[in-house]
Design a protein around this ligand. Structure first.
Ligand SMILES: NC(=O)c1ccc[n+]([C@@H]2O[C@H](COP(=O)([O-])OP(=O)(O)OC[C@H]3O[C@@H](n4cnc5c(N)ncnc54)[C@H](OP(=O)(O)O)[C@@H]3O)[C@@H](O)[C@H]2O)c1
Length: 253
């Protein structure tokens, strides 16, 4: 299997989940440094069965080189997890943001994920009897926007639409395409979060807790397994109930 952005945070937890289940996992990060760091963490957890490569998924040549490695090292691919994301943080509000930043976010989150998916299908899934499946990571912000993240929210909405469109076209070919839409996930960014903000975020969640990376990995594993064999084009939200509420409890009078 391949996990894009598998070198840290949620992607790394997805890698760990699949390695523990016996998969041979390929992962990529944006830079050599971060990819090597991810390998060190996996090694420290005694998870060796991983091949990593630096790959900017918005660059078709780098994606092709990554697939050459998978071809050489494994000769097949059964699962693709499109996890890598440009978070689009710090671009300012919609009136001042530079359109080039908007392109950067879409080039990774939408077009990059599309070209990885297309290559996985053409180079592997379509040549294999058991065709394989794709799991995307979008976000609950596709439906419930957050401030000053216009490009990110729009890209996650585009992913949801793309998942449904790909699912329709690929279903007759035996390829399933589904998506996990997380809410808050506890990543390394929570380590430096003001405890008051962390507590306030938890108060936003009906279940009173953010997801762990392994909560998300469990949903991804379900969507990649035969347990979800009759599902395609689905967006499965995993956000501690945030999306089902109108207002957090403390302002819901
Ligand atoms: N964290 C949350 O609260 C949250 C909430 C909702 C949805 N999500 C979604 O869940 C997924 C994982 O989130 P996360 O917070 O764990 O992500 P993250 O910490 O921001 O990590 C992003 C990963 O994507 C990689 N990446 C970025 N640009 C890339 C590119 N051009 N080519 C290849 N890889 C690239 C990064 O590599 P480098 O390490 O090399 O930079 C990193 O491994 C993302 O799709 C995110 O949008 C997250």
């Amino acid at each position: 299997m391949l996990v894009t952005g598998g070198n840290r945070n949620t992607g790394l937890d997805i890698v760990e989940k699949f390695v523990r289940e016996g998969a041979k996992v390929f992962m990529c990060g944006l830079s050599d440094e971060s990819t090597a760091k991810g390998m060190e963490v996996l090694k420290a957890r005694s998870l060796e069965c991983v091949v990593s490569q630096m790959c900017d998924i918005s660059d078709a040549n780098q994606v092709a080189a990554l697939f050459d490695t998978i071809e050489r090292e494994s000769g097949r691919l059964d699962i693709l997890v499109n996890n890598a994301a440009n978070q689009g943080i710090g671009h300012g509000g919609p009136l001042e943001m530079d359109a080039a930043r908007f392109h950067e976010v879409f080039n990774v989150n939408v077009i990059g994920a599309f070209q990885v998916t297309q290559m996985a299908c053409n180079r592997f899934f379509m040549k294999q009897e058991s065709r394989g499946c794709v799991v995307f990571l979008s976000s609950n912000t596709a439906r419930r926007a957050i401030r000053k993240r216009t490009a990110y929210c729009a890209s996650k909405g585009a992913i949801n639409s793309m998942v449904r469109a790909l699912a329709l076209d690929l279903a007759p070919l035996g390829i399933r395409v589904n998506c996990c839409a997380p809410g808050y996930i506890n990543t390394e960014r929570w380590d430096v979060l003001d405890p008051k903000i962390a507590a306030r975020r938890r108060l936003n969640c009906p279940l009173r807790k953010e997801a762990s990376g392994s909560d998300i990995a469990n949903v991804v594993a379900f969507l990649a397994s035969d347990d979800s064999a009759n599902m395609t084009g689905e967006i499965v939200t995993c956000d501690a109930g945030c999306s089902c509420q109108h207002m957090p409890e403390d302002v819901d009078f």
